[in-house]
Design a protein around this ligand. Structure first.
Ligand code: UDP
Length: 454
């Protein structure tokens, strides 16, 4: 193989915010290693969005099948699209690698893949190349999967005596306390046998074999979790927060609906920004309760909500708030820029990992309404470990709980604000030239390219 030209295969889980996160990492790698070719594998629908506005000479787009048979009629079972994809994921990568090697005339020299794809460990071993696993969420949820067997063993002794909402001390290394109900579904509670839970369990058991495990976080955020994960994994590298490093405009970040100019006309720290990420929408009744609470408390807001959910709002809601100037509802907002706007006073969020990091990096307190996956654990960290937000009382939006949460967040104590500023500072320090994330990224580039960085 030509020493100058390395060829890296990148493979993303194709749903939620994984593709955009893994492409962001790929772009950073591609710019740090311009001689290396990165073949990026993803399903067509997601690649169409990601690559609509991207031109990068050393990133090649490859579409893989989403596993949905032609003419397939969805039955409406949980995670149906995900399960169909998972059934073909390994085979699709194996086929894709052959095509990319033929196209470029270069053998793959490293696999940079979504950590979900535990089977890549075997592939990398067969190919005799490094396996770089990218965890697309936070340290806390990663630890819950790495320690699933231990957590199951310990919690089996407590079953019957401890409810899902009771705090358990020392259940999981790296966390002083946690509640069973906050662990991702499939660790202890929920369907432990679903294809998704099985995949995560296998991942947790296999990741110690990866050459490197990397994630969008910074090690000062949770020194205890970083220490425990570093003891279990090879080259555990926090290389974020990505949003503070990668300020390039991608197609996803355009301000198509003029959110920033609207915020420019609002008072400092008065606006509630509301978004539940790329996948989730609260049930209709909760949308109604949240909307009513905003109107009744006269809280000005910017709300990113998919168009097809607007029909659930109380009658005339959007028209009223638009006319009196107290609110703006958009199908998409440039979230990172929004959170960094001086007008934002609070973020009402589902606690997806990227949203949490973006809020933390902007020093904006959160009102958390987690739905599933890692979101409950992230909101536990926000409220109980970092003290930079609170969970909605009772777990769902009611008018009363939302009103209370808004009142509490808009009158946070000085010590809470200081805590937020301190974490924001640590996030920004991590990406300075000598910061931990910058140094870790250098190591990552060395693993991926097989070359020493200077
Ligand atoms: N996002 C955005 N504008 C929106 C909604 C979401 O830019 O209107 C971005 C947000 O900044 C974040 C990502 O989409 O980077 C959502 O990721 P997260 O991990 O928070 O949630 P997920 O979509 O995976 O549930």
């Amino acid at each position: 193989m030509d020493n100058q030209k390395k060829h890296v295969a990148v493979y993303t889980f194709p749903y939620s915010s994984h593709p955009s996160l893994i492409l962001t990492l790929t772009r950073r790698l591609a710019s740090a290693a311009p001689n290396v070719i990165f073949s990026f594998f993803n399903i067509e629908k997601s690649n169409d969005v990601l690559f609509s506005n991207l031109s990068c000479n050393n990133i090649l787009r490859y579409d893989v099948s989403d596993g949905i048979p032609e003419g397939y009629v969805f039955k409406g079972t949980p995670q149906e699209d995900i399960n169909l994809f998972l059934a073909v994921a390994e085979e699709e990568l194996r086929k894709g690698v052959q095509v990319a090697e033929m196209d470029t005339g270069l053998k793959i020299s490293c696999l940079v893949v979504d950590a979900f794809f535990w089977f890549c460990g075997d592939m990398a071993e067969e190919m005799g190349i490094p396996w770089v696993a990218v965890w697309a969420a936070g340290d806390c949820s990663l630890a819950s999967h790495i320690y699933t067997d231990l957590i199951r063993e310990k919690s089996a002794q407590l079953i019957g005596s401890v409810g899902p909402n009771e705090e358990i001390v020392d259940l999981m290394p790296g966390l002083k306390a946690v509640r069973l109900g906050d662990l991702p579904s499939g660790v202890v509670l929920g369907n432990l046998e679903s294809p998704f839970s099985t995949m995560l369990h296998k991942m947790g058991r296999t990741l110690h074999k990866a050459t490197t495990v990397t994630l969008n976080s910074f090690q000062e955020l949770d020194p205890n979790l970083t220490t425990t994960l570093s003891s279990k994994l090879n080259n555990f590298l926090s290389v974020g927060p990505f949003n503070l490093i990668s300020k390039e405009k991608t197609s996803l970040k355009l301000d198509e609906f003029s959110c920033i100019s609207w915020l420019d006309n609002q008072n400092t720290k008065t606006i509630a920004y509301i978004s539940f990420g790329t996948v989730f929408t609260p049930p209709p009744q909760e949308l109604v309760e949240l909307a009513k609470a905003l109107e009744e408390t006269k809280t000005p807001f910017l709300w990113s909500l998919k168009m097809d959910s607007h029909k659930h709002f109380p009658k005339g809601f959007v028209e009223r708030v638009t006319v009196n100037g107290t609110g703006k509802v958009v199908p998409w907002a440039p979230q990172d820029q929004v959170l960094n706007h001086v007008a934002i006073g609070v973020f009402v969020t589902h606690c997806g990992w990227n949203s949490v990091l973006e809020s933390l990096g902007a020093g904006v307190p959160m009102i958390c309404r987690p739905f599933l996956g890692d979101q409950h654990l992230n909101s536990w960290m926000v409220e109980r470990v970092w003290g930079i937000g609170l969970r909605i009382e009772g777990g769902t939006f009611t008018k009363h709980a939302t009103r209370r949460a808004l009142e509490q967040v808009f009158s946070l104590s000085n010590s809470r604000h200081e805590r937020m500023e301190a974490l924001k500072d640590l996030a920004h320090k991590a990406i300075e030239p000598n910061g931990s994330s910058k140094q870790n990224f250098k190591t990552l580039v060395e693993v991926v390219t097989g070359e020493t960085q200077h």
